[in-house]
Write a new protein. Structure first.
Length: 69
């Protein structure tokens, strides 16, 4: 009777350990998702800034191309 009780206790402890690890993984995944979201927003803002900066340059290059012909 002792061995089955030990087996049940070890099985329960194994499930507890797996539960704790699952909670930790869940927390890290949420933290990673927030970091990815922040990075995505920063990349989007940088892309918009680059596009705004490129428009005047492109129009100047277009005007220079007209003057050469």
């Amino acid at each position: 009777m002792l061995w089955p009780m030990i087996a049940i206790a070890l099985g329960f402890l194994g499930l507890v350990v797996l539960g704790v690890l699952a909670v930790r993984v869940f927390a890290e995944v949420r933290r990673l998702a927030r970091a990815v979201g922040t990075a995505t927003e920063r990349i989007q803002r940088a892309s918009e800034d680059l596009e705004r900066a490129a428009v005047p340059l492109a129009s100047r290059m277009h005007d220079l191309g007209r003057e050469r012909t």
